[in-house]
Write a protein that binds this ligand. Structure first.
Ligand SMILES: O=P(O)(O)O[C@@H]1C[C@H](O)[C@@H](CO)O1
Ligand SMILES: O=c1cc[nH]c(=O)[nH]1
Length: 314
């Protein structure tokens, strides 16, 4: 493509993780001033963020509020915490109805909604939250769903590289009238550790691959079943086969921003998504609810295993 100059994510890319308390790259944020984290209804004045969040080491994001509540409940069991009888986990962001936020020891479970704009907002506010809290050595994970390409539905794909809808490995953000590009680099050591943590006893497959991140679920992902469609099935199939041949194993809507922002912030991260269907076979997601629920728990199992290994819990 003329003038196309991709920023290549090296195969051995390792994120230079921030050392010590979380820093943010914005000189306008003054710890002596009030900073309102509007979409999660917290502020560094109204809440003792150090007391509440300083011990956070792992932040797990996913689209749906109920999935992230279930993940928090799962972590209660995995980390062997005990809830007082009759008590349930508290959504710390209950003062806002935009996102949910649960804390289980060193683990935060956060919903991010659908698509890059929604993820971007909560990402900014979680980063500032951790900065005000003085948290250090924090890792981020996205545990999500996706459409697979040539893989059995229910397979877990761990992203080796996130690319946009035209296979570029960076996110473009229109800022002050300019188009800025941020490379979507993921730490390859974390990827390898996560892939290696899958065992033959797992009842599902875990693979690595490129993840395409689009700005739309329907036309952006080449679906034929949206409210609009100006292309033919043969065009869709040619597109999907082309990206499959370039190593794309799944398609979703947040990995590009997630990887780009984590890299920009110096935070080690990984994207782990289950596939809900094989897009080479169709577009509609019609799998029964109970099966879908079980599939959605699979990325959670991989991430919980990783967190437990880092915390020395067997
Ligand atoms: O984390 P989730 O399962 O929400 O991620 C994918 C990408 C979109 O947000 C959404 C589309 O159904 O699912
Ligand atoms: O096909 C799919 C399934 C889940 N999420 C997506 O973005 N696409």
């Amino acid at each position: 493509m003329a003038g196309f100059n991709p920023i290549k994510a090296p195969e051995d890319a390792v994120v230079n993780q921030q050392q010590g308390p979380m820093q943010i790259l914005n000189p306008n944020i003054d710890i002596d001033e009030e900073d309102v984290l509007y979409h999660i209804a917290l502020s560094n004045r109204s809440h003792d963020l150090k007391d509440m969040f300083q011990d956070v080491k792992f932040v797990c994001f996913g689209g749906s509020p109920s999935r992230m509540k279930k993940f928090a409940e799962f972590m209660v069991k995995e980390l062997r915490y005990k809830l007082v009888a009759g008590q349930s986990l508290c959504n710390i962001a209950h003062g806002s109805d935009r996102y949910v936020l649960y804390k289980v020891g060193p683990v935060l479970s956060v919903s991010h909604g659908m698509g890059i704009p929604s993820l971007s907002i909560i990402f900014h506010e979680i980063l500032k939250l951790l900065f005000h809290a003085g948290s250090s050595d924090v890792m981020f994970f996205r545990i999500g769903t996706s459409g697979g390409l040539g893989v059995e539905p229910g397979t877990v794909v761990i992203t080796e590289e996130a690319v946009d809808g035209i296979l570029r490995p960076y996110m473009e953000v229109a800022t002050l009238g300019m188009m800025l590009q941020y490379p979507a680099v993921l730490d390859q050591n974390v990827l390898k550790e996560l892939v290696a943590s899958s065992t033959p006893d797992d009842h599902f497959q875990t693979i690595r691959g490129k993840t395409m991140c689009t700005y739309d679920f329907y036309e952006g992902q080449g679906r034929l079943d949206g409210a609009f469609c100006d292309y033919k099935k043969s065009d869709k199939m040619a597109f999907l086969k082309r990206i499959y041949e370039r190593g794309v194993k799944n398609i979703e809507m947040e990995s590009l921003c997630f990887a780009a922002y984590c890299h920009r912030a110096g935070i080690k991260s990984a994207v782990i998504c289950v596939t809900l269907l094989d897009r080479l076979q169709g577009d509609q997601i019609a799998t029964p609810h109970d099966i879908m629920e079980e599939w959605q728990s699979r990325p959670q199992i991989i991430v919980a295993r990783y967190i437990k290994s880092k915390l020395g819990i067997i």
